[in-house]
Design a protein around this ligand. Structure first.
Ligand code: FAD
Length: 424
């Protein structure tokens, strides 16, 4: 096995594992602080979950997935094959340790606590993204279009009352809009949606994949090393990181940061960590020429889908499917998305040969990521951003870089520590 020594020249040698949006933002922020940084991925940057998300970037997603009533909603959805949530019966034993933690989380005080943590993390999420993109000359990728959430009627809206109260309590701008206002914002929306909640300050990424690759290219241009290798182990000596071992070489380092998304626990399980990370598989279908004009991100709240105008077409994305990291994607889930697209935008033209994509959202049961130091010196964790990895990525990268470089931050990382799962 080849041993790779990063040149020290008095600087810390830092290996970031995983070149998704979280890893590239972390590596970029570390490099900008003068560290000697290597970014390792088994694939080209941006080919994991960050490739195909819905592109919503916003400070408004402060509500955890599990809220009071989740148990009833989840059971109802599991009985409906077309529901946005699916857990194959054969996967239930594997999901078993995760699910009780998820459905037992939502006491109102706990929902409020998680929401406060999310609000702090997301507060400047759009500005943090724009900061990186402006500096690398790609600011056109993120656009402040606002987000329009659609409901069929007041009864459906009432189910989300707590979520909207939480958002307003956190000072987010929310405007209720009726059918006529909906049509003035988005004239193509179909008749099934009569009520909307518009959040004018939210933004979208018009190309999440290009966003990752642009940051990775800038990182390389500024002297960061991008290496393609599958990491198989983190080498520890006297409780301190010594190297990151890949299939092709071993990379000696002072610090290693795990940003391997849904695969992160494959690298940590051997070191005695037992964190409840689960993949929530999501899908997208992108229609290159839908034949209609859509100006902003729209979400159909009853179907939990996002419809986003992207550089390469109109993307419909969503659904939560449990099923782990190795099962084949389920085409049926994507068919439901196409059906949702036709319901929200009845005049959208869908070609018969549409194709789909599936990605692994890295999710913890409390809807928060794990960010910060680990039990081992020099080993840092930055994964589990769930449904909000694109939104949180720039803030998350900045916070990790500050923590590693010993810089102060006004965000407390304690609620995001891995140790929260070891107390139970
Ligand atoms: C359908 C869908 C819609 C979404 N919509 C949104 C949205 O609108 N807004 C939002 O904020 N978020 C959204 N998300 C979530 C968001 O995409 C993820 O949270 C985010 O992409 C996670 O980024 P990551 O860098 O942690 O993981 P990834 O992008 O998965 O990157 C992890 C990287 O680690 C690499 N890796 C893994 N194991 C190894 C190894 N052993 N050796 C080397 N490399 C390794 C992988 O190759 C991969 O490149 C959505 C997700 C999906 C699926």
């Amino acid at each position: 096995m080849q041993a790779f020594e990063m040149s020290r020249d008095g600087r810390d040698a830092i290996v970031v594992v995983g070149a998704g949006i979280v890893g590239v933002c972390t590596a970029w922020h570390l490099l900008r602080r003068g560290a000697n940084v290597m970014l390792i991925d088994r694939d080209a940057p941006g080919r994991g979950c960050s490739y195909g998300n819905a592109g919503a970037v916003g400070s408004g997603s402060i509500v955890p997935l599990a809220t009071p009533g989740i148990m009833r909603d989840a059971l109802r959805m599991l009985l409906n094959p077309a529901a946005p949530l699916r857990i194959p019966v054969s996967y239930l034993p594997k999901a078993a340790p995760w699910l009780p933690r998820f459905v037992s989380a939502p006491r109102p005080d706990e929902v409020r606590r998680i929401s406060d943590v999310l609000a702090t993390l997301l507060a400047h999420s759009i500005e943090r993204q724009i900061e990186i993109l402006s500096e690398i000359g790609a600011s056109e990728i993120v656009r402040r279009t606002g987000l329009l959430c659609l409901y069929p009627d007041d009864k459906a809206l009432a189910k989300d009352a707590m979520a909207w109260t939480l958002r307003r309590d956190h000072g987010l701008r929310v405007e209720r809009v009726e059918r006529a206002d909906i049509l003035s914002l988005e004239p193509e929306i179909g008749p099934d949606y009569t009520i909307g909640m518009f959040m004018p300050d939210q933004a979208i990424s018009t190309n999440p994949y290009r966003q990752v690759t642009a940051i990775a290219s800038d990182f390389a241009k500024r002297g960061g090393r991008v290496v393609r290798d599958r990491v198989v182990a983190i080498e520890i000596e006297n409780d301190r990181v010594r190297a990151v071992r890949g299939e092709s070489a071993s990379y000696a380092c002072d610090h290693a940061v795990i940003c391997a998304g849904a695969w992160s626990m494959q690298l940590l399980a051997g070191l005695g960590y037992a964190l409840p990370l689960e993949s929530q598989r999501g899908y997208h279908v992108t229609i290159a020429s839908p034949g209609i004009k859509v100006s902003r991100a729209v979400t159909a709240a009853d179907r939990k889908v996002f419809l986003t105008p992207m550089e390469d077409g109109l993307r419909v994305a969503g659904t939560v499917e449990f099923g782990g990291l190795t099962r084949a994607p389920t085409r049926r889930r994507a068919e439901f998305l196409v059906r949702d697209l036709s319901r929200v935008f009845p005049r959208a033209q869908v070609p018969p040969n549409w194709s789909f994509w599936m990605g692994h959202r890295p999710c913890f049961p409390d809807s928060l990521p794990v960010m910060g130091p680990s039990r081992h010196r020099g080993l840092w964790l930055n994964f589990g951003h769930g449904h909000l990895g694109l939104t949180m990525s720039a803030t998350s990268g900045d916070l990790l870089a500050r923590a590693i470089c010993g810089e102060p931050s006004n965000i407390n990382l304690t609620p995001l520590s891995f140790a929260r799962f070891e107390r139970h």
